[in-house]
Design a protein around this ligand. Sequence first.
Ligand code: ADP
Ligand code: MG
Length: 173
Amino acid sequence: MNEEMEYFNYLNSLKRKEIKNKFSFLGEGISRRVYDLNNGLVLKLAKGREGHYQNQVEHFVYTHADLNQKKYLCPILFFTPRMIVMKKAEPLTSKIKAKYLNLKTIRPEESSFEDINNLAKRFLLLYEDIVSPTSWGSLNEKNVLIDYGCTCEEGDKYYHLIFRINRLTNLGL
Ligand SMILES: Nc1ncnc2c1ncn2[C@@H]1O[C@H](COP(=O)(O)OP(=O)(O)O)[C@@H](O)[C@H]1O
Ligand SMILES: [Mg+2]
């Protein structure tokens, strides 16, 4: 096993309380608590079922997005439904106090508005979250989505179905 995988497996072996004691707490949403791993990475720990769901969606989006879409996503390095390890970004909420972002100016690309709208549409993401400064962070001087696990109503149905099929397939059914 390589060193990186050993490290991620070690993180995955930690109990909730150990994580809380070892790492500083960065923030939380409805479904996940986020900790600073002190090495340029953060750990997103699910609080419960909804957190498991959002971690699965985030991982699905990251692994199925095409290259042009991936540049808008904060990279995920390790995933289990219980936890995600992601690159650490500087949350935009530290600079932007407005309720909504302008997707036309959030990135240098001229096509950013169209690209991000297509991404949200393709993966059935909750648009309200996509335009919220709380979902964005700055990484290597470019803005990226740091929270892309929340889906619209249609998405809720779609992902619950495909995750169920995946579970059945994994059981060999
Ligand atoms: N990649 C990241 N880098 C730095 N901070 C992050 C990162 N991801 C999340 N955070 C912080 O943790 C908070 C909660 O994470 P988020 O993914 O929004 O959780 P939830 O899915 O429960 O809404 C964010 O608002 C942000 O402050
Ligand atoms: Mg959030």
